[in-house]
Design a protein around this ligand. Structure first.
Ligand code: MN
Length: 227
């Protein structure tokens, strides 16, 4: 059961905080909610129907070991898709005990020349290590510089992608590659640039995209057809 305090506070969050600074509210407001308990256990309460900015907390007296447990990152991801990579996330959605803790994990599998396409995490810095294979990685700084910071990583190498910046990885080795990434949010979010721009629903007007990308509208139409 959700306590009356939690319900009241959730409503306050919706009215008072959600439409302000989203990134700060995501961390601070939920800690305020969850620190109201005595046990410092912030396991997410998945059946909550009231919307909050983040996930509400399970009654700490009902928390089980399995709330802090996830099994499956040893499993190879299926990379048979157009980009040749597969991400297996372990965020608060898969592991409720991560709620409010500001950390999560992912396994990324790559087929030869597979790419984890340019994307950004609005709420997290990402630190990645190569478990198997060779990866080209990179991120791009914000305007006006748009500096591309890139490196080829071997097994055991570590690289960091600062919060919010567009970044990617590509397998440039001879076989499959595997990476493990840690992210500084229980709910990092992912915006894949191509999907967001060319796969939006409803779609962004083609003349907007034709001007933005400085291409003809038929090029935009072709891109839209793939997302
Ligand atoms: Mn990433």
């Amino acid at each position: 059961m959700i306590s009356e305090f939690h319900m009241n506070y959730s409503i306050y969050l919706i009215k008072g905080i959600c439409f302000k600074k989203y990134i700060a509210a995501d961390i601070i407001s939920i800690n305020q909610v969850c620190n109201s308990n005595l046990y410092n256990l912030f396991v997410s309460y998945s059946t909550l129907t009231v919307l909050v900015n983040g996930l509400a907390c399970k009654d700490p007296t009902l928390v089980k070991a399995n709330d802090f447990f996830f099994r499956g990152l040893h499993l190879e991801g299926n990379t048979s898709n157009p980009v040749g990579s597969k991400v297996a996330p372990v965020t608060v959605s898969q592991l409720p005990g991560l709620n409010t803790l500001g950390i999560s994990l992912a396994r990324i599998d790559f087929a030869p020349w597979g790419t984890n396409p340019p994307h950004t995490h609005p709420r997290a810095t990402e630190i990645l290590t190569v478990i198997e294979g060779t990866l080209e990685v990179g991120f791009v700084t914000s305007n006006p510089g748009n500096r591309h910071v890139t490196k080829v990583l071997q097994k055991g190498d570590v690289f960091v992608f600062p919060v919010g910046l567009v970044h990617y990885q590509r397998n440039v080795g001879y076989g499959n590659a595997v990476a493990i990434a840690a992210l500084s949010s229980q709910n990092p979010g992912v915006i894949t640039i191509a999907n967001a721009v060319f796969g939006a629903t409803p779609d962004i007007a083609s003349d907007v995209l034709a001007k933005a990308f400085q291409v003809d509208k038929d090029v935009v139409a072709d891109l839209k057809s793939k997302f």
